[in-house]
Design a protein around this ligand. Structure first.
Ligand SMILES: [Zn+2]
Length: 124
């Protein structure tokens, strides 16, 4: 999971906590010490669905859970699926780092993922 840390007081937060906070307040101000724009998310520690987590705001949301299940039960069982997952994990931290908090990024991926998740849900 990506962790985040306040540059000012050094307090560490979980990814979900941080995403929820950023989504709710629209700021990166530290909830602990109140410093402006001091929360820094470290995406490099995560092995999860970066894009989906950014889009849905939580690693534990039902949408991300379905995607993880699809990854483990379907993608990782095929050769091309494993290549795709490798590629996805290679490229997505950079994408999320650059665009993860941009509204258009979330909207573009959410519309695609929603359709995809809808299909997956019908298969389960
Ligand atoms: Zn702080």
């Amino acid at each position: 999971m990506p962790k985040s840390k306040c540059e000012s007081c050094g307090k560490r937060y979980g990814a979900d906590e941080t995403m929820a906070w950023i989504n709710r307040t629209g700021s990166r101000d530290c909830p602990n010490c109140g410093s402006d724009d001091s929360l820094r998310v470290d995406y490099s520690e995560d092995e999860g669905c970066y894009i989906a987590t950014a889009v849905y705001g939580s690693y534990d949301s039902s949408e991300v859970w379905i995607l993880r299940k699809y990854r483990d039960n379907t993608l990782l069982k095929t050769f091309y699926g494993r290549i795709f997952v490798k590629f996805y994990y290679f490229i997505s931290p950079t994408l999320v780092k650059l665009f993860g908090e941009k509204k258009w990024f979330k909207e573009v991926f959410k519309s695609k993922l929603d359709v995809f998740i809808d299909k997956l849900e019908k298969q389960i």
